[in-house]
Structure formats: structure tokens, C-alpha cells
Design a protein around this ligand. Structure first.
Ligand code: ADP
Ligand code: MG
Length: 238
């Protein structure tokens, strides 16, 4: 399960309000994209869902349970960032298995789960390599693999492809779409790239200065943008 509800969620940094009352129902298995210009609050909102930022007001509910005050480790979510934070001198296998190892999982189980994730991401030939000897795209696949191993109830991606060159970004976009189809796990994906949003999302959430400007399928947003901001951002003809 991976249904996520945001209820009147707000974030204040002192006097500065950066998230201004967001309500959103994300269905189990949905691919949701948060899109919007730099500084509109995408990362903050994602980090609040993941528990890396405190929620100032409102509630975050996972599968019916209020997790607003729970630490990240209790939420069962996996976050993937644009910087991979892999251990450069550890093998891919050890990087991917690290969280299970620290959780005390038996060796046989770690091996099985790491190899299954490696199969899904076609990382099998790289399992004994070290991240320092790999390309940016390969490292990003390992970072995603590491999050799959934990079998999260949802994946949270914060601009995971923004450090990659354009060609690789297109490849990885297809990989992520495939991954979503095969795992059927809820994904919330932050990007400022309209093309990425239009090609990956079941529904797009357009954020404007900490508020939702519009929520809809890519087609809905393109055909009936709610206002000029959305139209200009999505690039629809209106
Ligand atoms: P985005 O990811 O859409 O680019 P962010 O969520 O990073 O936007 O930032 C939203 C707003 O919150 C910005 O105005 C940013 O300057 C502000 N902000 C982010 N983190 C902090 C912080 N730790 N303290 C104060 N302001 C912050
Ligand atoms: Mg950001």
C-alpha cells in the first residue's frame, strides 16, 4: 500500500511561509509529479512527506495513519536525490545492501534482495564494481537500486536526473517509467523539467510559490490550464 494524503500542510521558516496549505490525495500506485519553478517549494514538500523536514501545520497521512510527527525511519518511504551519496569505495552490492545490513537482516536475505533489485535495474554486471569507477548514469541506477532493496511503500525522487547529460536523462526517464510499471509502487517525483513531467506522470501537481496552481493529468493540464501560470509553465497553446 502507498496511499498518501496531505491535509492543509504548511511550512514556515520563522516568519517565512514557504508551503501555504496544500491538500492532496495520492492513490496507491500513482506516479505523481511536483513541478514548478525554482524556489516554489517542491523539495520542501517532498522532504516533509519523507519526514526530513518538520511539518509546521496540517497532517501527512500514509495508508490511513497520521505520520506527521514520525521520523523518516518509521514511514517506510525511500528517497532518491540528485546527488547519489553512495559509498565510493564500497562495492555496488554492499552499497545496495547497506540499509538491510544495518537493520540486521540475515546475509542470505540481503543477497537475494540485492540481486533481485539488480535484475530489475540491469545492474547485475556491475555488482562487484565500485561507484568511483562508474558513470553518472550507472551511479544513479545504483542509488535507485539501493532504494528498491528496502521495498518502500512509496518512492520520493528529488530531481534525480538533473546531474545527468541530456541523452542519459532520456534513457533514465524510460528506466524509471519501466520501474514504475513493474513495481506498481507509488512514486512522487520532483522536477522543474516540463518534458519529464509530461512523459512520466499519472498526475502533475503544478506548484506556484508554495501553493497548488493546478492538479491534473498531463492531458488535462495541457488542454485546460487553470490559469496563465500553468499554461506558460506547461507550454500549452492558450
Ligand atoms: P524548490 O525545490 O521548488 O526549488 P525549495 O523547497 O527548495 O524549492 O524552497 C522553497 C522556499 O523555501 C525557497 O524560497 C527557499 O529559499 C526556502 N527555504 C528552503 N529551505 C529553507 C531553510 N532551511 N530556511 C529558510 N528558507 C528555506
Ligand atoms: Mg528543489
Amino acid at each position: 500500500m502507498g496511499a498518501i494524503e496531505l491535509k492543509a500542510v504548511e511550512k514556515w521558516y520563522g516568519e517565512l511561509q514557504v508551503i501555504k496549505g496544500i491538500d492532496l490525495d495520492i492513490k496507491d500506485g500513482e506516479f505523481i509529479i511536483f513541478v514548478g519553478p525554482s524556489g516554489c517549494g517542491k523539495s520542501t514538500l517532498l522532504r516533509m512527506i519523507g519526514g526530513l523536514e518538520e511539518t509546521s501545520r496540517g497532517a501527512i497521512v500514509l495508508d490511513g495513519t497520521d505520520v506527521t510527527d514520525q521520523p523518516p525511519s518509521k514511514r517506510g518511504l525511500s528517497m532518491v536525490f540528485q546527488s547519489y551519496a553512495l559509498y565510493p569505495h564500497m562495492s555496488v552490492r554492499d552499497n545496495m545492501g547497506f540499509s538491510l545490513k544495518t537493520a540486521g537482516a540475515p546475509k542470505s536475505e540481503i543477497k537475494e534482495k540485492v540481486e533481485e533489485a539488480a535484475r530489475v535495474l540491469k545492474l547485475e554486471p556491475l555488482l562487484d564494481r565500485r561507484p568511483k569507477d562508474m558513470s553518472g548514469g550507472q551511479r544513479q541506477r545504483v542509488a535507485i537500486g539501493r532504494s528498491i532493496v528496502r521495498a518502500p511503500t512509496a518512492f520520493l525522487f528529488d530531481e534525480p536526473l538533473s546531474n545527468l547529460d541530456a541523452a542519459l536523462r532520456v534513457d533514465m526517464r524510460l528506466e524509471i517509467a519501466k520501474l514504475h510499471r513493474s513495481l506498481e509502487t507509488t512514486m512522487i517525483y520532483v522536477t522543474h523539467d516540463q518534458v519529464e513531467a509530461m512523459t512520466l506522470a499519472d498526475r502533475i501537481v503544478v506548484l506556484d510559490a508554495g501553493q497548488i496552481a493546478q492538479v491534473g493529468t498531463p492531458r488535462e493540464l495541457y488542454n485546460s490550464p487553470a490559469n496563465l501560470f500553468v499554461a506558460q509553465f506547461i507550454g500549452s497553446p492558450k
